[in-house]
Design a protein around this ligand. Structure first.
Ligand SMILES: *Cc1c(COP(=O)(O)O)cnc(C)c1O
Length: 461
């Protein structure tokens, strides 16, 4: 199977190359040229088995079954729960799916663990090395550090804004002790980190020289990996039970993965509500068909403080009937003015895509955390609270069983948990030792040339 770009001006590539590249060279996002049929998960099938079948469907012969099984087994061996993504019953017809049993207590682990195993395996087979870079406002960097620590073929360079990530988030990045993980604290904010990464990728000579790649939320391997837990939720709750997923959303990778699962036949129907915080771009997109750039604002759920959700491009491409011309027009207009109206050929089908969006204010998010603790005794993270609050508004409205995705452990955001509930959220014992390990990071100015030289010096030949 080939992967094509949503902007239609890049050559089709295979699964491995699409994953190693991340972004397509024409600036678009890779999507499979058609949706493979994948057998739904069986009620007794293991998570690793479902993951292997999903990856096999997209890899389509590029990797052997044994290779894929090995990658998936290693990816999920470090999870603290046997089922990887367990369901907890919340209401008579509502469940919470816990996606935070990985090494860094956030759902990013589920995709990042798989991507690291995949990269290391295929690069070793090609006798190649690669440098991977990512800018992080918190969770992605830690998940990447944990996943790539000790990888033989990959050197990882993580850029985080100096003193602007939470202490727990920083510890997960800086204490791996692995010599191939390089943490850079940039004197600047998250936007400065992102713009440095952008300018690194814009320097084609540097990209070729270093074999530079990214693992951000548009990477197809991440989307494929995330579609697996939608399938296991359907299997666990019954194959003929209609489900409605509530997905705390930022870049929309997670919600897109649900859409992909449905398109491949892994779900019985599809309905997902993107639960967003006060950064409401997605809500505006779904409600008025306008894509408007507004500066990201800081909220209690920082992993969702996204101004423009990058994976929306794939949804727009699908609902347009896969019209790359329409996508190029939208994004060219958007780059110019930061405010475009989606054409009718996208707006109409978007409203029937099964996807929608709801937003929750900062104060309601904190209230929700307190309320859930009072009702159930559970401490939840602020991102999950945005989801449970949206779910609460839907209770009684329809017959579908509600599944809220819990995207992080409360202990990842102890300051917010304390503010909202007055309760401490200590790290689970299995990871508590991060606080005792030595931290390693370098502080650099926000000058891309400084970062470029740093990567040149540190990467292995
Ligand atoms: C990344 C993240 C999200 C948002 O996920 P997207 O795939 O970007 O929509 C939500 N919650 C947490 C805790 C995250 O780390």
């Amino acid at each position: 199977m080939k992967f094509i770009s949503t902007r239609g001006q890049a050559s089709p590539v295979g699964f491995v190359d699409a994953c190693l590249a991340g972004l397509a060279p024409d600036g678009g996002l890779y999507v499979p040229e058609f949706w493979p049929r994948i057998e739904p998960a069986g009620p007794k099938e293991s998570y690793v088995s479902v993951a292997s079948r999903v990856i096999a469907a997209f890899a389509d012969g590029e990797l052997t079954t044994d290779e894929i099984n090995g990658i998936c087994e290693r990816a999920y061996a470090g999870f603290a729960h046997q089922s990887v993504a367990p369901l907890v019953q919340w209401g008579s017809n509502a469940f919470i799916m816990e996606l935070h049993h990985g090494p860094t207590l956030a759902f990013k682990d589920i995709a990042m663990q798989l991507i690291a195993q995949l990269f290391d395996h295929v690069l070793a087979a090609r006798g190649a090395r690669m440098s991977v870079t990512c800018a992080t406002s918190g969770d992605t960097g830690g998940a990447a550090a944990a996943a790539f620590a000790g990888a033989s073929q990959v050197d990882l360079f993580i850029l985080h804004p100096f003193e602007r990530v939470s202490p727990v988030q920083r510890l997960f990045m800086t204490t791996t002790g692995a010599s191939n993980v390089h943490n850079i604290a940039i004197d600047g904010d998250f936007d400065a980190c992102q713009s440095i990464v952008k300018s690194l990728f814009a320097d084609r000579d540097f990209v070729d020289e270093t074999g530079l790649s990214g693992v951000n939320s548009i990477n197809w391997a991440r989307i494929a990996a995330q579609s697996v837990y939608y399938a296991t939720a359907q299997a666990a709750l019954g194959s003929d039970r209609p489900l409605k997923f509530i997905v705390p959303s930022g870049n929309m990778g997670d919600a897109l993965a649900g859409y992909v699962a449905a398109r491949c036949g892994l779900l019985n129907g599809f309905e997902a509500v993107c639960a967003v915080n006060e950064n409401e771009t997605l809500k505006t997109l779904f409600e008025s068909g306008r894509m408007v750039r507004t500066p990201a604002i800081a909220t209690p759920s920082p992993a969702m403080d996204i101004s423009v959700p990058s994976n929306f491009e794939r949804i727009a491409f699908e609902v347009s009937g896969r019209d790359p011309e329409a996508i190029r027009q939208i994004y060219a207009g958007f780059a110019q003015s930061g405010d475009v109206e989606l054409p009718e050929k996208i707006r109409g089908p978007l409203s029937c895509s099964g996807l929608s969006a709801q937003s929750v204010s900062n104060s309601t998010t904190l209230d929700e955390m307190r309320k859930l603790l009072q009702e159930t005794g559970w401490l939840i993270c602020p991102h999950t609270a945005v989801g449970t609050q949206v779910a609460r508004q839907l209770f009684g409205d329809d017959d579908a069983t509600i599944v809220v995705l819990s995207t992080a452990h409360a202990a990842k955001f102890p300051e917010t948990v304390l503010e909202a509930t007055g309760a401490d959220a200590p790290l689970p014992a299995r990871v508590a030792n991060v606080a005792d390990r030595p931290e390693v990071f370098d502080r650099l100015s926000s000058d891309p040339t400084v970062v470029r030289d740093y990567i040149r010096q540190r990467q292995r030949d």
